[in-house]
Design a protein around this ligand. Structure first.
Ligand code: MN
Length: 211
């Protein structure tokens, strides 16, 4: 039992079977209750071990240099794993959603059309070797960008080659799809696009543009 709980596991916004057939209940349960929780537990233990101040998660990610070197890599991996999974579950929905106007227009302006955007994100994801996350993010110049980060890095994080505000992410770790899709990553990536909470992604986009 951790005496001073730093961070807690958020509940899923839908039941375990809420994303079927895209992701089956068994995969969601294991992914949320074991993997996601595991990152939070390890993060809490590391922060507790040095009595680190309690700060909002994005501030922790943006200021990794301030974390003692003895726990910095552990914090980088597990705070990243925590944040990325929070976004991943929140950005998914049970039924297909239309893209709201402002986000749709911005994607079209940046990538030509929606299919080009989708293909580019899938291409990046398919060509990535090993664990990581694919992103749609708003860079520091407020341009929409697509990219991939290694392990649990994300664009908020100090030291990350991509810098900006995360808007949409795709979990490229095998635990996200392997139980169900085995080595057919392409089928997992394609099905992902049927379950994106576009209204939520647009909220993040509009908020990030104003910051
Ligand atoms: Mn994962």
């Amino acid at each position: 039992m951790i005496s001073t709980m730093y961070y807690l596991l958020p509940n899923l916004p839908y039941p375990y079977n809420g994303l079927e057939p895209f992701i089956n209940a068994q995969t969601v349960k294991l992914h949320h209750d074991a993997h996601h929780l595991g990152y939070i537990k390890k993060l809490n233990v590391a922060l507790e071990s040095v009595q680190y101040p309690k700060i909002p998660l994005p501030d922790l990610l943006r200021n990794l240099r301030e974390v003692p070197t003895s726990i910095r890599q552990t914090v980088r991996d597990n705070a990243g794993g925590f944040y990325n999974h929070n976004l991943y579950w929140e950005e998914l929905v049970t039924a297909e959603q239309n893209i709201p106007e402002k986000l749709g227009k911005a994607l079209k302006e940046r990538f030509g059309d929606f299919e080009s955007f989708k293909n580019k994100l899938i291409e990046c994801s398919m060509s990535w070797v090993g664990s990581g996350w694919a992103w749609l993010y708003l860079d520091t110049q407020k341009n929409l960008q697509i990219g991939v980060t290694i392990n649990h890095d994300n664009p908020l994080m100090e030291y990350c080659p991509l810098q900006g505000t995360p808007l949409l992410t795709l979990d490229l770790w095998e635990h996200a799809y392997y139980l169900q899709y085995k080595n057919d990553k392409k089928a997992y990536f394609d099905a992902f696009f049927q379950h994106i909470a576009w209204t939520y992604v647009e909220q993040l986009y509009l908020q990030a543009k104003q910051e």
